[in-house]
Design a protein around this ligand. Sequence first.
Ligand SMILES: [Zn+2]
Length: 372
Amino acid sequence: MRSKRRTREPHQRYWGIDKNLIHLVSILVLGIAILIGLRYMNNSKLPATPKAPPPRQPTKLSKKLWEVFGSPRGKGLKATQNILAGQMILLEKPIIKLPSEPDRSAQAQLLFEKLSSLSDADRAEYFSLWNTVTGFPEDISQEQRLRGLALNIFESNAIRGSDRSAAVYKNAARINHSCRPNAVYHYRSDLGVLTIQAVEDIPTGEEILAPYFDASVRTREDRQKYLREAYSFDCQCEICSGNEAKVDESDRRRARLSNLTSVLVSWSDEKAEPEDAIAAIEEALRLLQEENYHASVGVWMANAATISAAHQDQDGVKHWARRAALQYIIETGRDSPEVAAMATILKEPNRTMSWGQRDARKLNIAEPMSPI
Ligand SMILES: [Zn+2]
């Protein structure tokens, strides 16, 4: 788990959705909920979309909660005091931010321009980040070597944002991956900053670990293959290095979680009943709990709110929006757009973008919840 990522996660799909459209790691929290919403944005019969609240500054970090530490496997971040679930660990502006377009040469040119405008200190910091360069051909110039190194560092450390950007952050780049993370990345597109949120209590001295992708829906073999190909390391996190019986148990749950995401896609394609989709979400939440996986949980609840709204189940929307808001407070921060969005539809379920897109049904949520 302490190995550094070596190459940027390649173009891939998530729940059948082009992953370039959403953030590499943290923006998965909105995932399909937003995309389902977007499907219906052009439908003139829909009520007006709630007006987005103005951006709010995240709570200022009162003090530094972490330090960089070195290990034979590379640098990492560890807690210098007890951190509570839901606490923001880090808030950081990028030192380099580029459009995450597939055109590599255009991206490289932009990168070199941006690097030349950095301060000497930031440039030195940039070139101290992890890279996978093992050598250059002898017949290339010094400048070509430097450019090759710069691009490799970018591809090894950049984190994609939901605004189709990819950016390198000095401190967040030091965070190592785990398939059972205690923290998550969250890109605030409204502010252009990256935050790291604790998703469980992290005692002093413990390493801060965030997933480089949604590890909850992949078996160990699948994760290892992916991490080797995309980041060139063998994950040795507590799940990957557990005994075979535990790994089998974990694999069974994660394979099932992957299947359950398919049920939501089927519902989205009008090939599954909403009752089945809600049951899939409830099962997924149980499995995530059993797996002790606390990242990317809110998106399941937000999806349930979206499905309930499509079927005009007002109580269902309230139930799920409340749960999603509470979970998003942990995963994305109390002042995040995700929490604001859930709070809005909790108050006015019929303003959910998917409202009334399907036949009206009651989806087994009997108890309306009080507003938060
Ligand atoms: Zn692992």
